[in-house]
Design a protein around this ligand. Sequence first.
Ligand code: PEP
Ligand code: MN
Length: 343
Amino acid sequence: MLIVMKHSARPDEVDAVVRVIEEMGYEGRPIPGKQRVAIGLIGNDGKVDAGRLIALAGVLEVIEVTQPYKQVSREWREEPTIIELANGTVIGGREVVLMAGPCSVESEEQILGVARSLKDAGATVLRGGAFKPRTSPYAFQGLGVAGLRLLARAREETGMAIVTEALDPQGLEQVAEYADIVQIGARNMQNYSLLRAAGRAGVPVLLKRGMSATVRELLLAAEYVVNEGEARVILCERGLRSFDDHARNMLDLTAVVSVHELSHLPMIVDPSHGTGIRTKVPAMTRAAVAAGADGVMVEVHPDPDRSVSDAAQAMHPDDFAELVGEVRGIAREIGRDLVPPLG
Ligand code: PEP
Ligand code: MN
């Protein structure tokens, strides 16, 4: 529930509303707006009787939030959430962000080399896993902290921001020390202790949709992060497990449209895990931008066939550069543009 205050409401009237909400056993969070203050009521798991609130001094109206998620909903906040990274990349506004990089950080030569090519191609965010969630315990698990240090070196050299995955609450603090964006992977979308820890880390979060999670479950997972105090959450569609094996996953681009209707959070698309096959990645990247995604995250490797993880979906940097030209045209066609390249 949202209690919208009158334009003329005084701070003591706002305080009084918060106190009454607390007396009712809930929490009241003032949300300053351009025109007026609203107070979000949280902590309820069902309908709240608004009778006591509507009569208080300074209250204009009481709005029911009909969705089970509250703070991430459009009802809670009409304007889109816009996230600015330290290198000037803005996510969630008019511009479409390009995130790219290898599945895993493998070596200094690999990550620095690919970062330089990606920067030249126009990407402003470098991805790369240092801690990898692998299906098999015998598969490469990532370079760990050494990988984080290599990512930091690539950032120093290129100015690209870093997005990298944290696998568990214990490791999250360390990842957050290095990352500009902490990624929570599909397998961990409903790892609630990890979501809570991510919400307290002080770093923007990239939350990937679970491979059989509904959009509602994705938004409820984001609500965990936001409810801990981190408003800078980026959602990511990365394909769903389906009955059909013609591609690794079934990329649900309708989710971009639905999320934009239901939530103010930015939504990007990962066409690499979404298809799992290199030759299908360009078309789905173009489609994602055409569908209104706020960005794309693409796996690119300097020697794709030799990628230690996800080789089948890795693109060559030259092919990525060509794709950037195509998506720039698509973005402009729909009144957007790409995030400007780094200088
Ligand atoms: C990844 O981004 O490398 C990754 C493991 O993705 P997902 O969690 O979507 O499978
Ligand atoms: Mn991968």
